[in-house]
Design a protein around this ligand. Structure first.
Ligand code: FAD
Length: 379
Protein backbone atom coordinates (compact mmCIF):
# COMPACT_ATOMS: atom_id res chain seq x y z
CA UNK A 1 0.00 0.00 0.00
CA UNK A 2 1.22 3.44 -0.91
CA UNK A 3 -0.04 6.70 0.56
CA UNK A 4 0.45 10.00 -1.22
CA UNK A 5 0.05 10.77 -4.92
CA UNK A 6 2.93 13.26 -5.27
CA UNK A 7 5.99 12.52 -7.40
CA UNK A 8 7.56 10.36 -4.65
CA UNK A 9 4.50 8.11 -4.23
CA UNK A 10 3.91 7.84 -7.97
CA UNK A 11 7.52 6.80 -8.54
CA UNK A 12 7.40 4.17 -5.78
CA UNK A 13 4.18 2.83 -7.36
CA UNK A 14 5.95 2.73 -10.75
CA UNK A 15 8.84 0.65 -9.38
CA UNK A 16 6.54 -1.85 -7.66
CA UNK A 17 3.88 -2.20 -10.33
CA UNK A 18 6.30 -2.72 -13.23
CA UNK A 19 7.56 -5.78 -11.34
CA UNK A 20 4.03 -7.10 -11.12
CA UNK A 21 3.36 -6.19 -7.46
CA UNK A 22 -0.29 -5.23 -6.92
CA UNK A 23 -0.39 -1.64 -5.62
CA UNK A 24 -3.16 0.49 -4.17
CA UNK A 25 -2.30 4.18 -4.01
CA UNK A 26 -4.28 6.24 -1.49
CA UNK A 27 -4.57 10.01 -1.51
CA UNK A 28 -6.10 12.12 1.24
CA UNK A 29 -7.44 14.75 -1.18
CA UNK A 30 -10.21 14.31 -3.74
CA UNK A 31 -7.72 14.58 -6.61
CA UNK A 32 -4.16 13.39 -7.26
CA UNK A 33 -0.79 15.16 -7.43
CA UNK A 34 -2.02 18.55 -6.25
CA UNK A 35 1.40 20.02 -5.43
CA UNK A 36 2.85 18.82 -8.72
CA UNK A 37 0.01 20.65 -10.46
CA UNK A 38 0.71 23.76 -8.37
CA UNK A 39 4.41 23.51 -9.23
CA UNK A 40 3.41 23.36 -12.89
CA UNK A 41 1.44 26.57 -12.70
CA UNK A 42 4.67 28.58 -12.98
CA UNK A 43 6.37 26.27 -15.54
CA UNK A 44 7.08 22.68 -14.55
CA UNK A 45 10.80 22.56 -13.78
CA UNK A 46 11.43 18.86 -13.20
CA UNK A 47 15.21 18.64 -12.78
CA UNK A 48 18.52 20.37 -13.43
CA UNK A 49 21.11 19.83 -16.15
CA UNK A 50 24.52 19.73 -14.48
CA UNK A 51 27.34 17.36 -13.49
CA UNK A 52 26.23 14.85 -10.85
CA UNK A 53 28.70 16.12 -8.22
CA UNK A 54 27.51 19.70 -8.69
CA UNK A 55 23.92 18.42 -8.60
CA UNK A 56 24.54 16.65 -5.29
CA UNK A 57 26.17 19.76 -3.78
CA UNK A 58 22.75 21.46 -3.81
CA UNK A 59 21.31 19.11 -1.17
CA UNK A 60 21.43 19.32 2.64
CA UNK A 61 20.42 16.65 5.12
CA UNK A 62 22.25 13.44 4.24
CA UNK A 63 25.95 13.40 3.36
CA UNK A 64 26.92 13.70 -0.33
CA UNK A 65 27.72 9.96 -0.32
CA UNK A 66 24.15 9.09 0.63
CA UNK A 67 22.69 11.37 -2.06
CA UNK A 68 25.11 9.82 -4.56
CA UNK A 69 23.87 6.33 -3.67
CA UNK A 70 20.25 7.48 -4.16
CA UNK A 71 20.98 9.00 -7.57
CA UNK A 72 22.52 5.67 -8.62
CA UNK A 73 19.01 4.25 -8.33
CA UNK A 74 17.33 7.07 -10.27
CA UNK A 75 19.63 9.75 -11.69
CA UNK A 76 18.42 13.07 -13.11
CA UNK A 77 18.86 11.66 -16.62
CA UNK A 78 16.91 8.47 -15.72
CA UNK A 79 14.06 10.72 -14.56
CA UNK A 80 14.13 12.73 -17.78
CA UNK A 81 14.07 9.49 -19.81
CA UNK A 82 11.18 8.26 -17.67
CA UNK A 83 9.20 11.42 -18.48
CA UNK A 84 10.01 10.98 -22.17
CA UNK A 85 8.90 7.33 -22.00
CA UNK A 86 5.46 8.65 -20.97
CA UNK A 87 5.31 10.50 -24.29
CA UNK A 88 6.23 13.99 -23.04
CA UNK A 89 8.94 16.22 -24.43
CA UNK A 90 11.46 17.96 -22.19
CA UNK A 91 13.97 20.75 -22.78
CA UNK A 92 16.75 22.53 -20.91
CA UNK A 93 15.73 26.15 -20.39
CA UNK A 94 17.31 29.15 -18.73
CA UNK A 95 19.75 28.52 -15.86
CA UNK A 96 20.11 24.86 -16.95
CA UNK A 97 16.66 23.89 -15.68
CA UNK A 98 14.84 20.92 -17.22
CA UNK A 99 11.22 21.65 -18.12
CA UNK A 100 8.44 19.59 -19.65
CA UNK A 101 7.65 21.20 -23.01
CA UNK A 102 4.01 21.91 -22.24
CA UNK A 103 5.21 23.65 -19.04
CA UNK A 104 2.17 22.47 -17.04
CA UNK A 105 1.99 19.28 -14.96
CA UNK A 106 -1.43 18.07 -16.08
CA UNK A 107 -0.17 16.12 -19.13
CA UNK A 108 2.59 14.44 -17.11
CA UNK A 109 0.19 13.51 -14.35
CA UNK A 110 -2.41 12.14 -16.79
CA UNK A 111 0.13 10.06 -18.72
CA UNK A 112 1.78 8.79 -15.53
CA UNK A 113 -1.50 7.78 -13.96
CA UNK A 114 -2.68 6.00 -17.08
CA UNK A 115 0.64 4.10 -17.30
CA UNK A 116 0.29 3.07 -13.65
CA UNK A 117 -3.31 1.95 -14.19
CA UNK A 118 -2.16 -0.12 -17.15
CA UNK A 119 0.30 -1.78 -14.72
CA UNK A 120 -2.58 -2.60 -12.38
CA UNK A 121 -2.26 0.25 -9.83
CA UNK A 122 -5.57 1.09 -8.16
CA UNK A 123 -6.07 4.76 -7.22
CA UNK A 124 -8.21 5.63 -4.19
CA UNK A 125 -8.87 9.30 -3.38
CA UNK A 126 -10.29 10.82 -0.17
CA UNK A 127 -8.46 8.29 1.96
CA UNK A 128 -6.10 9.66 4.59
CA UNK A 129 -3.49 7.58 6.36
CA UNK A 130 -3.85 8.41 10.05
CA UNK A 131 -1.87 5.74 11.88
CA UNK A 132 -1.17 2.07 12.10
CA UNK A 133 -4.42 1.01 13.76
CA UNK A 134 -5.92 -1.75 11.65
CA UNK A 135 -2.72 -2.27 9.65
CA UNK A 136 -2.09 -5.94 8.96
CA UNK A 137 1.17 -6.90 10.66
CA UNK A 138 3.84 -8.01 8.22
CA UNK A 139 2.41 -5.83 5.44
CA UNK A 140 4.53 -3.30 3.57
CA UNK A 141 3.52 0.35 3.61
CA UNK A 142 4.95 3.30 1.71
CA UNK A 143 4.36 6.78 3.08
CA UNK A 144 5.07 9.63 0.64
CA UNK A 145 3.02 12.31 2.32
CA UNK A 146 4.79 15.51 1.33
CA UNK A 147 6.01 18.51 3.28
CA UNK A 148 4.30 21.30 5.19
CA UNK A 149 4.18 24.04 2.56
CA UNK A 150 1.10 25.12 0.62
CA UNK A 151 -1.21 23.08 2.88
CA UNK A 152 -4.51 24.70 3.90
CA UNK A 153 -5.18 22.06 6.56
CA UNK A 154 -2.46 20.66 8.81
CA UNK A 155 -1.71 17.03 7.89
CA UNK A 156 -2.44 14.36 10.51
CA UNK A 157 0.53 12.14 9.75
CA UNK A 158 3.20 13.90 11.88
CA UNK A 159 1.18 13.21 15.05
CA UNK A 160 0.47 9.64 13.97
CA UNK A 161 4.16 8.94 13.39
CA UNK A 162 5.14 10.61 16.68
CA UNK A 163 2.63 8.37 18.45
CA UNK A 164 4.52 5.42 17.01
CA UNK A 165 7.78 6.81 18.49
CA UNK A 166 9.19 8.39 15.33
CA UNK A 167 10.88 11.78 15.74
CA UNK A 168 9.24 14.39 13.51
CA UNK A 169 10.64 17.94 13.39
CA UNK A 170 8.30 20.93 13.08
CA UNK A 171 7.84 22.29 9.56
CA UNK A 172 9.41 25.57 8.59
CA UNK A 173 9.09 27.53 5.38
CA UNK A 174 11.91 26.98 2.90
CA UNK A 175 12.38 28.48 -0.54
CA UNK A 176 10.19 31.34 0.54
CA UNK A 177 9.90 35.08 -0.09
CA UNK A 178 10.78 37.70 2.52
CA UNK A 179 9.00 40.78 3.73
CA UNK A 180 10.55 44.19 3.11
CA UNK A 181 9.01 47.57 4.03
CA UNK A 182 8.68 49.19 0.60
CA UNK A 183 7.30 52.68 0.13
CA UNK A 184 4.06 53.10 -1.83
CA UNK A 185 5.86 55.33 -4.32
CA UNK A 186 8.40 52.56 -5.04
CA UNK A 187 5.68 49.92 -5.37
CA UNK A 188 3.71 52.09 -7.78
CA UNK A 189 6.68 51.85 -10.16
CA UNK A 190 8.25 48.51 -9.36
CA UNK A 191 5.66 46.01 -8.04
CA UNK A 192 5.86 42.77 -10.04
CA UNK A 193 9.05 43.86 -11.81
CA UNK A 194 12.39 42.03 -11.73
CA UNK A 195 15.61 43.28 -10.20
CA UNK A 196 17.67 41.56 -12.90
CA UNK A 197 21.35 40.60 -12.74
CA UNK A 198 21.88 41.41 -9.10
CA UNK A 199 24.02 39.81 -6.42
CA UNK A 200 22.33 39.35 -3.06
CA UNK A 201 24.67 39.29 -0.03
CA UNK A 202 24.13 38.71 3.66
CA UNK A 203 26.02 36.84 6.33
CA UNK A 204 24.75 33.54 4.91
CA UNK A 205 26.81 34.24 1.75
CA UNK A 206 26.19 35.74 -1.66
CA UNK A 207 24.18 34.63 -4.68
CA UNK A 208 23.74 36.08 -8.13
CA UNK A 209 20.37 35.97 -9.86
CA UNK A 210 17.09 37.78 -10.20
CA UNK A 211 14.63 38.97 -7.56
CA UNK A 212 11.05 40.08 -8.10
CA UNK A 213 9.59 43.02 -6.19
CA UNK A 214 6.27 42.12 -4.59
CA UNK A 215 3.88 44.21 -2.51
CA UNK A 216 5.18 42.53 0.64
CA UNK A 217 8.86 42.23 -0.23
CA UNK A 218 11.06 40.06 -2.42
CA UNK A 219 10.80 36.68 -4.13
CA UNK A 220 13.44 34.81 -6.09
CA UNK A 221 16.27 32.30 -5.95
CA UNK A 222 18.93 34.44 -4.20
CA UNK A 223 16.55 35.10 -1.31
CA UNK A 224 15.34 31.48 -1.28
CA UNK A 225 18.97 30.38 -0.94
CA UNK A 226 20.24 32.86 1.61
CA UNK A 227 17.24 34.62 3.13
CA UNK A 228 17.22 35.23 6.87
CA UNK A 229 15.81 38.09 8.90
CA UNK A 230 18.16 41.06 9.12
CA UNK A 231 20.36 43.22 6.97
CA UNK A 232 21.40 42.32 3.42
CA UNK A 233 22.83 44.23 0.49
CA UNK A 234 22.17 44.14 -3.23
CA UNK A 235 24.86 44.75 -5.82
CA UNK A 236 22.75 46.25 -8.61
CA UNK A 237 25.62 46.24 -11.16
CA UNK A 238 27.85 43.25 -10.39
CA UNK A 239 29.53 43.27 -13.82
CA UNK A 240 31.37 46.55 -13.00
CA UNK A 241 33.52 47.70 -10.09
CA UNK A 242 32.85 50.92 -8.22
CA UNK A 243 35.77 52.56 -10.06
CA UNK A 244 34.53 51.45 -13.49
CA UNK A 245 31.05 52.73 -12.79
CA UNK A 246 32.39 56.10 -11.62
CA UNK A 247 34.55 56.38 -14.71
CA UNK A 248 31.62 55.64 -16.98
CA UNK A 249 29.31 58.07 -15.18
CA UNK A 250 31.92 60.84 -15.37
CA UNK A 251 32.51 60.26 -19.08
CA UNK A 252 29.58 62.48 -20.09
CA UNK A 253 30.36 66.18 -20.25
CA UNK A 254 26.75 67.38 -20.18
CA UNK A 255 25.52 68.86 -16.94
CA UNK A 256 23.40 65.93 -15.78
CA UNK A 257 22.30 64.96 -12.27
CA UNK A 258 23.88 61.77 -10.85
CA UNK A 259 20.53 59.88 -11.22
CA UNK A 260 20.23 60.95 -14.86
CA UNK A 261 23.74 59.73 -15.55
CA UNK A 262 22.93 56.36 -13.99
CA UNK A 263 19.76 56.10 -16.02
CA UNK A 264 21.46 56.95 -19.28
CA UNK A 265 24.75 55.06 -18.90
CA UNK A 266 24.30 51.93 -16.76
CA UNK A 267 21.41 50.08 -18.44
CA UNK A 268 19.87 49.19 -15.08
CA UNK A 269 16.38 47.63 -15.13
CA UNK A 270 13.42 49.85 -14.20
CA UNK A 271 13.02 48.25 -10.77
CA UNK A 272 16.67 48.95 -9.85
CA UNK A 273 16.32 52.59 -10.94
CA UNK A 274 13.09 52.90 -8.93
CA UNK A 275 14.85 51.38 -5.91
CA UNK A 276 17.68 53.92 -6.14
CA UNK A 277 15.25 56.76 -6.65
CA UNK A 278 12.66 55.94 -3.97
CA UNK A 279 14.77 54.20 -1.33
CA UNK A 280 17.96 56.28 -1.24
CA UNK A 281 18.28 59.42 0.86
CA UNK A 282 18.30 62.59 -1.26
CA UNK A 283 21.82 63.38 -0.06
CA UNK A 284 23.02 60.09 -1.60
CA UNK A 285 21.11 60.53 -4.85
CA UNK A 286 22.63 63.97 -5.36
CA UNK A 287 26.19 62.77 -4.91
CA UNK A 288 27.90 60.70 -7.60
CA UNK A 289 30.25 58.78 -5.31
CA UNK A 290 27.47 58.12 -2.78
CA UNK A 291 25.15 56.90 -5.51
CA UNK A 292 27.78 54.51 -6.88
CA UNK A 293 28.36 53.08 -3.40
CA UNK A 294 24.60 52.61 -3.15
CA UNK A 295 24.53 50.78 -6.51
CA UNK A 296 27.27 48.40 -5.38
CA UNK A 297 25.80 47.80 -1.92
CA UNK A 298 22.15 48.74 -1.68
CA UNK A 299 21.02 48.03 1.91
CA UNK A 300 17.83 45.97 2.31
CA UNK A 301 16.31 44.85 5.59
CA UNK A 302 14.58 41.43 5.37
CA UNK A 303 11.91 41.54 8.05
CA UNK A 304 10.59 37.98 8.16
CA UNK A 305 9.90 35.03 5.83
CA UNK A 306 6.45 34.68 4.32
CA UNK A 307 4.32 31.98 5.98
CA UNK A 308 4.60 28.23 5.38
CA UNK A 309 1.41 28.20 3.30
CA UNK A 310 3.16 30.38 0.68
CA UNK A 311 6.49 28.56 0.71
CA UNK A 312 7.64 26.45 -2.24
CA UNK A 313 8.93 23.79 0.13
CA UNK A 314 9.54 23.13 3.80
CA UNK A 315 12.21 21.83 6.09
CA UNK A 316 11.21 19.66 9.01
CA UNK A 317 9.34 16.37 8.90
CA UNK A 318 10.69 12.92 9.72
CA UNK A 319 14.14 13.25 11.29
CA UNK A 320 16.73 11.59 9.05
CA UNK A 321 18.14 9.65 12.02
CA UNK A 322 14.87 7.66 11.97
CA UNK A 323 15.45 6.40 8.46
CA UNK A 324 17.54 3.34 7.63
CA UNK A 325 20.29 3.53 5.03
CA UNK A 326 21.28 -0.09 5.51
CA UNK A 327 21.67 -1.98 2.26
CA UNK A 328 18.34 -3.52 1.24
CA UNK A 329 16.46 -1.41 3.82
CA UNK A 330 17.06 2.04 2.39
CA UNK A 331 14.38 4.54 3.52
CA UNK A 332 12.72 2.07 5.91
CA UNK A 333 11.74 3.53 9.28
CA UNK A 334 14.10 1.97 11.83
CA UNK A 335 11.42 1.77 14.51
CA UNK A 336 8.71 0.51 12.15
CA UNK A 337 10.04 -2.30 9.95
CA UNK A 338 7.97 -2.63 6.81
CA UNK A 339 7.19 1.10 6.66
CA UNK A 340 9.09 3.02 3.98
CA UNK A 341 9.18 6.78 3.50
CA UNK A 342 10.44 9.32 0.98
CA UNK A 343 10.09 12.77 -0.52
CA UNK A 344 9.45 16.08 1.14
CA UNK A 345 8.01 14.54 4.32
CA UNK A 346 11.66 13.90 5.33
CA UNK A 347 13.83 16.61 6.84
CA UNK A 348 16.21 17.44 3.97
CA UNK A 349 16.59 20.68 2.02
CA UNK A 350 17.17 21.60 -1.60
CA UNK A 351 16.83 24.86 -3.51
CA UNK A 352 14.37 25.47 -6.31
CA UNK A 353 15.56 24.71 -9.82
CA UNK A 354 14.18 21.18 -10.22
CA UNK A 355 16.11 19.77 -7.24
CA UNK A 356 12.95 19.25 -5.16
CA UNK A 357 10.95 17.14 -7.59
CA UNK A 358 14.09 15.25 -8.56
CA UNK A 359 14.79 14.34 -4.91
CA UNK A 360 11.16 13.28 -4.42
CA UNK A 361 11.11 10.93 -7.43
CA UNK A 362 14.57 9.56 -6.65
CA UNK A 363 13.58 8.78 -3.06
CA UNK A 364 10.34 7.25 -4.34
CA UNK A 365 12.44 4.95 -6.53
CA UNK A 366 14.83 4.08 -3.67
CA UNK A 367 11.99 3.32 -1.25
CA UNK A 368 10.10 1.43 -3.98
CA UNK A 369 13.15 -0.74 -4.58
CA UNK A 370 13.48 -1.51 -0.85
CA UNK A 371 9.75 -2.34 -0.68
CA UNK A 372 10.12 -4.64 -3.65
CA UNK A 373 13.01 -6.44 -2.01
CA UNK A 374 11.00 -6.88 1.16
CA UNK A 375 7.98 -8.20 -0.74
CA UNK A 376 9.67 -10.44 -3.27
CA UNK A 377 13.18 -10.93 -1.91
CA UNK A 378 14.68 -9.31 -5.03
CA UNK A 379 15.04 -5.84 -6.51
C1 FAD B 1 4.25 26.91 -5.74
C2 FAD B 1 5.19 25.75 -5.84
C3 FAD B 1 6.04 25.66 -6.93
C4 FAD B 1 6.95 24.60 -7.02
N1 FAD B 1 7.76 24.53 -8.10
C5 FAD B 1 8.66 23.52 -8.19
C6 FAD B 1 9.50 23.40 -9.33
O1 FAD B 1 9.37 24.15 -10.30
N2 FAD B 1 10.42 22.40 -9.34
C7 FAD B 1 10.56 21.51 -8.30
O2 FAD B 1 11.43 20.64 -8.34
N3 FAD B 1 9.74 21.57 -7.25
C8 FAD B 1 8.79 22.55 -7.16
N4 FAD B 1 7.96 22.60 -6.10
C9 FAD B 1 8.10 21.60 -5.03
C10 FAD B 1 7.52 20.24 -5.42
O3 FAD B 1 6.20 20.39 -5.86
C11 FAD B 1 7.58 19.29 -4.21
O4 FAD B 1 8.91 19.24 -3.74
C12 FAD B 1 7.13 17.87 -4.57
O5 FAD B 1 5.78 17.87 -5.01
C13 FAD B 1 7.27 16.96 -3.35
O6 FAD B 1 6.83 15.67 -3.72
P1 FAD B 1 6.32 14.63 -2.64
O7 FAD B 1 5.84 13.45 -3.42
O8 FAD B 1 7.34 14.43 -1.61
O9 FAD B 1 5.10 15.36 -1.92
P2 FAD B 1 3.75 15.97 -2.50
O10 FAD B 1 3.86 16.32 -3.91
O11 FAD B 1 3.38 17.04 -1.54
O12 FAD B 1 2.72 14.76 -2.39
C14 FAD B 1 2.29 14.25 -1.15
C15 FAD B 1 0.86 13.77 -1.31
O13 FAD B 1 0.47 13.05 -0.14
C16 FAD B 1 -0.87 13.40 0.18
N5 FAD B 1 -1.05 13.12 1.61
C17 FAD B 1 -0.62 13.84 2.67
N6 FAD B 1 -0.96 13.24 3.81
C18 FAD B 1 -1.63 12.11 3.46
C19 FAD B 1 -2.21 11.05 4.22
N7 FAD B 1 -2.16 11.03 5.56
N8 FAD B 1 -2.81 10.02 3.55
C20 FAD B 1 -2.86 10.02 2.19
N9 FAD B 1 -2.31 11.01 1.42
C21 FAD B 1 -1.70 12.03 2.06
C22 FAD B 1 -0.91 14.88 -0.15
O14 FAD B 1 -2.24 15.34 -0.30
C23 FAD B 1 -0.11 14.92 -1.45
O15 FAD B 1 -0.91 14.70 -2.59
C24 FAD B 1 7.00 23.62 -6.00
C25 FAD B 1 6.11 23.68 -4.93
C26 FAD B 1 5.21 24.73 -4.84
C27 FAD B 1 4.27 24.79 -3.68
Amino acid sequence: MIYGSGPAGLMAASVLSRSGVPVTLFERRPSYGRKLLIAGSSGLNVSHHTELEDFISHYRGWSPGVWRSFFKVLSPLDWIHFIQSLGLETFVGTSDRYFVKEMKASGLLRAWRSKLESQGVRFVANHEWSGFEGTVSGSVTGLFLGGGSWEDTAPLWPTALERAGVRVNGFQAANVGYEVAWSEAFLAEAEGKPLKNIVFKNNNGEKAGELVVTRYGLEGTPVYFLGKPGGAVLDLKPSMSEGEILERLRSVRENLSPMRRVKRLLALPDASLALLFHHSPESVRGNLEGLVRQIKGFPVELIRPRPLIEAISSTGGVDLSEVSLESGHELELKKLPGVFVGGEMLDWWAPTGGFLIQAAVTQGAVAGKSMLRRLTGSA
